[in-house]
Write a protein that binds this ligand. Structure first.
Ligand code: HEC
Ligand code: HEC
Ligand code: HEC
Ligand code: HEC
Ligand code: HEC
Length: 350
C-alpha cells in the first residue's frame, strides 16, 4: 500500500527505521500540511546522499510502470519527483502519505472525485491523454472536441494543462508556482492558483477533505456553477478548451437557449417544475453545481430551481472506466444502466 514516491524518497534513507516505526511515521506524514511539512520529504537540495552523487534521491516512475527508480536528472524546484511521480501509486490506495493519487498503475479501490488515469492506459476514449501517463490520443490527437487544436499534448498544469496558470508559456511547474505552499484555510477565493479550487486557476468551489474517496453524499466537493456568463465555474474551466460544448462560450447559439437545445445545456439551473423537481437528494452519480458553494444550506440535498447542471454532472475530469469519461456506463446493453445517470435528473424517463 505504501507505494508512492513520497514514501520511496523522503523516507528512503530511513527505510529500516520505517519498517519498525511505520505506524508513527505514517501518522506524522499523514498529518503534515504541505506548508509546514519536512522539506526533504518533497525536495532534495543536492540530489546526492552518502557522498555519492551516483546515488540520487530523486525518483521517477519506471518505464514499465511497475515501480519507481532513482533519477539522475534533477526535477524543477529541486523536487524529489514531478507531478505524475508524486500523484501516482503502484498500490491500490488512492491517498498515500496525504497525497491524492490520481494514477494507480494497477488495480485500485475507491477512485477520487476527478477519476483515475489508469483507465486511459487501456483505451484512449476513456480519458484525457496526459503526458507522462500515456501518449497522445490516437483518434482525437491534440484537438479538444468543441475547441481548437493545441500545439502540444496535454500536461497536468500550465498552458496545455487544466491545473495552475494556463497563460501562454507556462509549464507544469511555472504554472503551479507556490500553489502547494499556499495556506487555504481562509477559504477558496480564486485570488491565486493556491487559493483556487483544486489549483484550477480562478475556479471556485469547496474541497472535500478526502477528495470524495468515501463517495458519500453527506461529505462531498461543492462545485461552483452559474447560469450567467461567469468564468469562475467548473464548467467554464472545461470550456477553456471545449468552448462550443458550454452554454455561455462563443454565444449561446452553440448550445441553444431553450428547448429544443442543440447540445445538452451546462451551467443552467435545474427547473423547479416537471421531472427536475424530483431531484432532491444529492447524487454522487450525477451531481450538481451550486450558485454559492460556500453557503450550501444542506449538502446532501439538491434544490431544483437553484442548483446547476455542469460538465461534471456527467463526466469525470481525468478519466473513468466508461466511454467518454462518463460517470456511468452509457454504453451498457441494459437500458436501465445506460440511463442510470440521466435518470437522476430526468426522473420521469425510467
Ligand atoms: C509535501 C510536499 C512538499 C513539502 C513537504 C515541501 N514542499 Fe516545497 N514544493 C512542493 C511542490 C509540489 C512545489 C512545486 C509546485 C508548487 O509550488 O506548488 C514546491 C515548491 C517550492 C518552492 C518554489 C516555489 C516557487 O514557486 O518559487 C520552494 C522555495 C519550496 N517549495 C520550499 C520548501 C521548503 C523550504 C519546505 C520545508 C519548509 C518545503 N518546500 C516543503 C512540495 C513540498
Ligand atoms: C513532491 C511531491 C509533489 C509534487 C512534485 C507535486 N505534488 Fe501535488 N500534492 C502533493 C501532496 C502531498 C498534496 C496534498 C496536499 C494537501 O492536501 O495538503 C498535493 C496536492 C495536490 C492537489 C490537490 C490540491 C487540493 O486542493 O486538494 C493538486 C491538484 C495537485 N497536487 C497537483 C499537482 C500538480 C499539477 C503537480 C505538478 C506541477 C504536482 N501536484 C506536483 C505532492 C506533490
Ligand atoms: C487544457 C485543455 C483542456 C481542458 C481544460 C479540458 N479538456 Fe477535455 N480534452 C482536451 C483534449 C486536448 C482532448 C482530446 C485529446 C484527449 O482525449 O486526450 C480532450 C478530450 C475530452 C473528452 C473526450 C475524451 C476522449 O478521449 O474521447 C472529454 C469527454 C473531455 N475532454 C471532457 C472534459 C471535461 C469534462 C473538462 C473539464 C473538467 C475538460 N475536458 C477540460 C483538452 C482539455
Ligand atoms: C447531460 C450529460 C452531459 C453533460 C452535462 C456534458 N456532457 Fe459531454 N458528453 C456526454 C455524453 C453522453 C457524451 C458521449 C457522446 C455523445 O453522446 O455526444 C459526451 C461527450 C463529450 C465529449 C466528446 C465529444 C466527441 O466528439 O468525442 C466531450 C469533449 C465532452 N462531452 C465535453 C463536455 C463538456 C466540456 C461539458 C460541459 C461544458 C459536457 N461535456 C457536459 C454527456 C454530457
Ligand atoms: C444534472 C442533471 C441532468 C443530467 C444528469 C442529465 N440532464 Fe438532460 N437536462 C437537464 C436539464 C436541466 C435540461 C434542460 C431542461 C430545460 O430547461 O429545458 C436537460 C435537457 C435535456 C434534453 C432536452 C430536453 C428538451 O426539452 O429539449 C435531453 C434530450 C436530455 N436532457 C437528455 C439527457 C440525457 C440523455 C442524459 C444522460 C446522458 C441527461 N440528459 C442527463 C438536466 C440533466
Amino acid at each position: 500500500m505504501l507505494n508512492n514516491i513520497l514514501v520511496h524518497s523522503g523516507l528512503f534513507r530511513y527505510f529500516i527505521l520505517f519498517i519498525f516505526l511505520s505506524f508513527s511515521l505514517l501518522t506524522a506524514l499523514a498529518g503534515a500540511d504541505v506548508t509546514t511539512g519536512i522539506c526533504s520529504d518533497c525536495h532534495t537540495v543536492h540530489n546526492s546522499q552518502g557522498g555519492d552523487q551516483n546515488d540520487p534521491v530523486a525518483f521517477k516512475l519506471n518505464d514499465s510502470y511497475s515501480g519507481f527508480e532513482t533519477n539522475m536528472t534533477p526535477n524543477a524546484m529541486l523536487l524529489v519527483s514531478d507531478c505524475v511521480g508524486c500523484h501516482t501509486s503502484t498500490g491500490t490506495s488512492t491517498i498515500v502519505s496525504n497525497a491524492p493519487i490520481v494514477f494507480n498503475t494497477g488495480a485500485l479501490s475507491n477512485p477520487l472525485a476527478g477519476g483515475n488515469f489508469t483507465s486511459v492506459r487501456t483505451n484512449d476514449v476513456l480519458g484525457h491523454n496526459v503526458t507522462g501517463i500515456v501518449s497522445q490520443d490516437g483518434s482525437l490527437g491534440l484537438t479538444p472536441p468543441g475547441g481548437t487544436a493545441m500545439s502540444s499534448q496535454l500536461t497536468c498544469a500550465g498552458e496545455y494543462g487544466c491545473h495552475g496558470d494556463r497563460s501562454s508559456g507556462k509549464t507544469n511547474f511555472t504554472g503551479m508556482s507556490k500553489a502547494h505552499h499556499t495556506d487555504d484555510n481562509g477559504g477558496i477565493t480564486g485570488a491565486s492558483v493556491g487559493l483556487s479550487y483544486r489549483f484550477l486557476n480562478g475556479v471556485l468551489g469547496k474541497e472535500d477533505s478526502d477528495w470524495e474517496q468515501d463517495n458519500t453524499n453527506t461529505s462531498h466537493n461543492e462545485y461552483n456553477g452559474s447560469s450567467s456568463s461567469e468564468t469562475d465555474t467548473i464548467s467554464y474551466l472545461c470550456a477553456q478548451c471545449h468552448g462550443n460544448l458550454h452554454t455561455w462560450e462563443g454565444g449561446a447559439l452553440e448550445v441553444g437557449t431553450a428547448s429544443p437545445w442543440l447540445r445538452h445545456p451546462t451551467d443552467i439551473e435545474l427547473k423547479s417544475s416537471g421531472e427536475y423537481a424530483n431531484y432532491t437528494s444529492y447524487s454522487m452519480i450525477a451531481p450538481v453545481a451550486r450558485p454559492d458553494p460556500d453557503t450550501v444550506p444542506a449538502t446532501a440535498q439538491v434544490v431544483p430551481g437553484t442548483d446547476i447542471v455542469m460538465c461534471l454532472s456527467c463526466h469525470r475530469a481525468h478519466a473513468s472506466p466508461y466511454y467518454k469519461m462518463l460517470r456511468w456506463d452509457i454504453k451498457s446493453s441494459t437500458l436501465a444502466t445506460a440511463l442510470s445517470g440521466c435518470n437522476v435528473c430526468h426522473t420521469s424517463k425510467n
